[in-house]
Design a protein around this ligand. Sequence first.
Ligand SMILES: [Zn+2]
Length: 312
Amino acid sequence: MKKIIITLVGVIAMISGVYFFLHSRENNSQELADGDKLRVVTTNSILEDMVHNVGKDRIELYSIVKRGTDPHEYEPQPTDVSETVEANVIFHNGLNLETGGNGWFKKLVKTSHKSFDEDVFSASKTVVPKHLTTNVNEEDPHAWLDLANGIKYVQVITKVLKDKDKKNASFYQANADKYIAKLEKLHKTAQSKYLGIPESQRLLVTSEGAFKYFSAAYHVTPAYIWEINTEAQGTPEQMQSVLAKIRKTDVKHLFVESSVSPKSMEKVSKETGIGIYSKIFTDSLAKKGTDGDTYYSMMKWNIDHIYDGLAK
Ligand SMILES: [Zn+2]
């Protein structure tokens, strides 16, 4: 009898031990201790800036791919791994952006013992995806270049921050509301801006085909040398194809993205005698303190420079 009681006590102690262990784990992942800031990691500078606009100084923020660097292909550094391990929330673009180098981001998530939809979230979750024309099964990642999608990203980010850090929920929501209103205003301006330019001039020529979402939103036609940065860049076939498209139009200027090599576009310019108007921003923000150093500022720069380059 004594033996049975001892065993029973043991079993009960074990069960409650497991219960308390699981319960405390649950609490750890759902609620922050008082005074602890939510630790957030983003894969690139555009997401970093969106998260910063919502979380401001109430979060700790770290971004993996540095400004001016291509987020398609990346080799995570030791600091990237340690920051990801320590993070409460990780945002990536999704839509086939962070897939170069055999899926560098997926590998990082695995190494850091994080889980998709638990602590890793795709900011593009609610976007209606467009697909690559060279490979229709693959999504085109550049959804943020349409401000209406950028607003969707901000809404997803806000929801996650509010869920993970409830005590600051109203602070995050108020920041998001203000930020979204500013983005919406720019979006509305851009939607009618290009319609005054003759259609034969409204061809947006870039190195990477990053402007599908932008073009659909703002009434221009996209043309590019290569479709996505994970492909070969500037092959003779790609050059011939873009030159043929340009020659069918009255396009006044070409553009080159800040995060790719300008070499191929310079060749296109030489072949056609059409000048490169300016750099524009696609996959990365500019260095802090310069034009294009926030998501709003990069979009404003793109909208204004593309307009000027196509109109004159
Ligand atoms: Zn890209």
